[in-house]
Write a protein of this length. Structure first.
Length: 189
């Protein structure tokens, strides 16, 4: 019995040493942002989050804006955060929070406004429960995010693009593989 306990002790010590070596290796070789030829390293986001949606807004008061929104922060916190990067001043500032947290949503610019569609609100369930919501934010509008007509079906992990005054939702997870077109002149999808 004593020999088995000693053997288990050596095994646990070996596993712990291997884990520490692995963590040290990850820490030492962890890539960080570095300047590359043709690229400029800008200021970091005020907070780190992934599975987010981004878009570029055209000229707003003598500057272009990059809008970064929604996503997952830390160890699985779904956020409603919006960060706005002023390209001219090279500064980040908070935008109006989304009406609800989302991850794996899609974003596009339409008529000078930021539009966010679909996404999932929580990390629970398999597959995630998608959303039909579509929100619009026009910088300078004191009302913040406004609801647009909902998607015909819930969608997450999709892409949305703007072309010719319309929004196109393509791909992702939903009840079908259909693509959808939003036509503001017809007030719907």
């Amino acid at each position: 019995m004593k020999a088995i306990l000693v053997l288990l002790g050596y095994l646990l010590a070996s596993l712990l040493a291997l884990l520490l070596l692995l963590l040290a290796g990850l820490w030492l070789t962890s890539p960080g942002p570095e300047p590359r030829e043709g690229w400029v390293l800008g200021p970091p986001l005020p907070q780190a989050f992934g599975e987010l949606a981004t878009l570029s807004l055209p000229r707003q008061e003598d500057t272009d804006l990059l809008v970064v929104m929604s996503g997952i922060s830390g160890f699985g916190t779904v956020v409603d955060d919006v960060q706005v990067f002023d390209v001219t001043r090279k500064t980040w500032s908070p935008g109006p929070s989304l009406p609800a947290p989302r991850h794996h949503a899609a974003a596009a610019e339409l008529e000078g406004a930021a539009v966010l569609s679909g996404g999932a609100e929580t990390l629970s369930g398999s597959p995630w429960q998608g959303s039909r919501t579509v929100w619009r934010w026009l910088p300078g509008d004191p009302q913040g995010w406004q609801a647009l007509p909902s998607l015909p079906e819930a969608r997450w992990g999709h892409r949305m693009v703007s072309h010719g005054g319309r929004l196109y939702v393509i791909g992702g997870w939903g009840a079908s593989a259909k693509s959808f077109v939003y036509r503001p002149d017809h007030e719907g999808w």
